[in-house]
Design a protein around this ligand. Structure first.
Ligand SMILES: Nc1ncnc2c1ncn2[C@@H]1O[C@H](COP(=O)(O)OP(=O)(O)O)[C@@H](O)[C@H]1O
Ligand SMILES: [Mg+2]
Length: 298
């Protein structure tokens, strides 16, 4: 059975049995957990003031769940992040090659990539000894950059354009000490080509190797509507495909998954299901990589 067929079958099975286990202890929202005491990156701290994640603004923009759903979402993101972290750092399973570079994508736009990227990043930022770097790589629709007030700031595109720019210097700390953010940067007509360039691969490597505790999450363009997203798939170690429940047509999802057939680690998140209170998200992942070198040799 092909990877795609397996993916669809799993999705169908999960649609038939939608409830996720609600019996996970602890209800705190990722956005409301106490801030960890240690800093994301001492070298970054103090250079520019941290970005304040205005929860109310992000909620109103639909990038964070309504307050009454935060506990449920928090539990679901714990389930979602667990296998991703495991593969990223080799916790209980072999480390995935470049598993610390994580791409959030979808077949089409509007399926919840930015929502998932931000909420997953906040959830991951609560993990002990992990530093999360959220990168706005959806250069055509840099929603996260705009919502964080960094729509005009230098970022990924600038560093792709200018080989003399130090990417670390453009990373912004946030008021969550273990979460930092790289804006999309100043857009130009060559944005698509820049994201597909070999320099993107270098930048991703630089970002991943900077700190052994770092997990990089790329909020990425959709797979089927752009050419830059398929290019990005070659530079990351794990791919999360967000599927909007009852919205993404199956043939479209199949087409999107076909573009990922060669990738060793692809997971799906079923987003925004309305089937029951506990079924806003389901998750499953699969991977069939056999060799798992460590971060430095990946
Ligand atoms: N799980 C969710 N719960 C509530 N609203 C969501 C959820 N996921 C996405 N949305 C909403 O759906 C819309 C599209 O989501 P977004 O993350 O911007 O998609 P994309 O980045 O894939 O284009 C936004 O208005 C967002 O608020
Ligand atoms: Mg988006």
């Amino acid at each position: 059975m092909s990877v795609v067929e397996k993916a669809i079958r799993k999705l169908q099975e999960q649609k038939q049995h939608p409830a996720v286990d609600p019996a996970v202890a602890g209800d705190a929202s990722p956005a409301h957990e106490p801030l960890p005491a240690h800093s994301a990156d001492a070298a970054l701290a103090g250079r520019q003031p941290p970005i304040v994640l205005e929860r109310g603004v992000l909620r109103a923009a639909g990038l964070l769940p309504p307050e009454e759903d935060t506990a449920l979402l928090s539990r679901q993101y714990r389930k979602i992040k667990h296998p991703l972290v495991a593969q990223a750092i080799g916790r209980g399973v072999p480390r995935a090659p470049k598993g610390y570079l994580l791409m959030i994508t979808s077949a089409m736009s509007g399926e919840g990539k930015s929502f998932t990227a931000l909420n997953l990043a906040l959830s991951l930022a609560m993990e002990k000894d992990l530093h999360v770097l959220l990168v706005d790589a959806d250069v055509a629709k840099p929603q996260l950059s705009h919502m964080l007030g960094l729509g005009d700031s230098q970022g990924l595109l600038d560093v792709l354009r200018d080989p003399h720019l130090d990417v670390e210097s453009l990373i912004r700390t946030t008021d969550v000490p273990t979460l930092s953010f790289l804006p999309a940067g100043v857009g130009t007509e060559d944005a698509t080509e820049l994201l597909s360039s070999s320099r993107m691969s270098q930048i991703a490597d630089l970002l991943g190797r900077h700190d052994s505790r770092r997990i990089v999450i790329f909020d990425s363009p959709p797979l089927l509507q752009t050419t830059e997203s398929p290019a990005l798939t070659h530079v990351v170690g794990q791919i999360v495909v967000v599927v909007r429940a009852d919205s993404t047509p199956q043939p479209v999802l199949l087409d999107a998954l076909k573009t990922l057939q060669e990738h060793p680690s692809v997971s799906l998140v079923l987003n925004q299901s309305t089937r029951s209170v506990t079924s806003a998200y389901y998750y499953y992942g699969y991977d069939y990589g056999s060799e798992r070198p460590n971060r430095d040799s990946a």
